[in-house]
Ligand binder design. Structure first.
Ligand SMILES: C[S@@+](CC[C@H](N)C(=O)[O-])C[C@H]1O[C@@H](n2cnc3c(N)ncnc32)[C@H](O)[C@@H]1O
Length: 341
């Protein structure tokens, strides 16, 4: 049955809803002229614009800009922000073959890379070019996502921002630098070292995806001290707070939850990341926490995004952090120490 596809664009994701034609008309009637003041329709016969912005409603017609019929085939290839074709780095990292075809074993990785760029792309785009000087990816690993960011900045945003991957394993750093050179990604480089020892001065964007336990805190602290415009982290394990919560569990009113390992795990994750978000807010960042990829791919799928604002530090947030710690029997969150709180 033919359907109309509605794509709702949000800052961090798109939501697609398909409606049978009759339902779609009802949906459109409710939206045009109330939520949307301008409706545009392109057909092979002509283009129309229904305009509610003036005192009277106007319907304008123009010649067709779309002369070829739209394909209704089901197997249309999805347009990806970073296609594999022509990407040397995808071939070298074992995602695509020499013809630019994604390998069957790398489909998940390919989807993950593109999902990540779909989310991060609009955030990078929102930063004025003059303030987008350096992107630092902490705990870059084999560099899949570091390459993706560098590729997106160079090919899509035509940005000259530098991208630096920080990784403690020298073998991975050497591999990634060799691939960056082979790919002609001149603005991308990898540096060997630990996150806490890295000099983040001048970083406008700080990323850390699945850096282990408190390495995520070190990365957030580096972003805050650099005054980064954007801090994006996907935390990995939450051992530091889990140990503290476990130690206090027996005397906690939440003991009926804490006697089950899975709840301790989930509690540690929420409390660790909740306090991370509060600390970011204290330092003037507005925060969002959301799932960025299906948990079918990885359970470590929460993204914390901090966007710098000019807000002054609010001591009430410190009270909130203190109350959260008291409630869960936490003596100290590692990020407090890392940010000098
Ligand atoms: C799980 S991998 C994630 C790699 C990549 N960010 C991704 O999401 O695909 C974590 C990487 O961070 C590195 N790493 C962990 N702690 C680090 C630290 N304190 N300093 C530098 N690198 C670190 C590890 O060596 C590893 O390569």
């Amino acid at each position: 049955m033919p359907q109309l596809s509605f794509t709702w664009h949000y800052k961090t994701r798109d939501i697609v809803k398909n409606h049978p034609l009759e339902d779609a008309l009802v949906e459109l009637k409710g939206l045009i002229g109330s939520e949307f003041n301008l409706a545009q329709m392109s057909t092979t016969a002509g283009d129309w614009a229904l305009d509610f912005t003036g005192k009277t409603v106007r319907l304008k017609q123009a010649g067709a800009t779309q002369t070829a019929p739209v394909s209704l085939a089901h197997d249309r290839e999805k347009v990806r922000p970073i296609p594999a074709a022509g990407r040397v780095w995808m071939r070298e990292l074992g995602i695509a073959d020499k013809d630019g075809k994604v390998l069957p074993t790398a489909q998940d990785k390919f989807r993950q890379i593109n999902r990540y760029v779909e989310i991060l792309g609009p955030m990078l785009k929102a930063i004025p070019a003059s303030r987008l000087g350096k992107v630092v990816d902490m705990g870059a690993g084999k560099g899949y996502l570091t390459f993706a960011v560098a590729d997106y900045l160079a090919a899509t945003l035509k940005s000259e921002a530098r991208v630096v991957g920080v990784e403690m394993r020298p073998d991975l750093v050497a591999l990634c630098n060799a691939i960056a050179e082979k790919s002609g990604l001149t603005q991308l480089s990898f540096e060997q070292g630990t996150i806490d020892a890295f000099d983040s001065t001048g970083a406008s964007v700080l990323i850390a995806l699945h850096a282990c336990d408190t390495a995520t805190d070190d990365a957030i602290a580096k972003g805050i001290s650099a005054g980064a415009e954007l801090i994006v982290v996907a935390p990995c394990c939450h051992k530091q707070i889990r140990r503290e919560i476990e130690a206090a569990a027996a005397s906690s009113p939440l003991d009926y939850l804490m006697k089950h390992g899975i709840f301790v795990e989930r509690q540690a994750e929420m409390v660790t990341d909740g306090i991370r978000a509060l600390i970011l807010e204290y330092f003037g960042y507005s925060t969002k926490v959301f799932e960025f990829i299906s948990d079918l791919h990885t359970p470590k799928n929460v993204l914390i995004v901090g966007t710098r604002t000019n807000r002054a530090r609010d001591p009430a947030i410190l009270d909130k952090i203190a109350a959260a710690k008291a409630m869960f029997g936490i003596r100290r969150h590692y990020l407090e120490g890392a940010t000098g709180l």
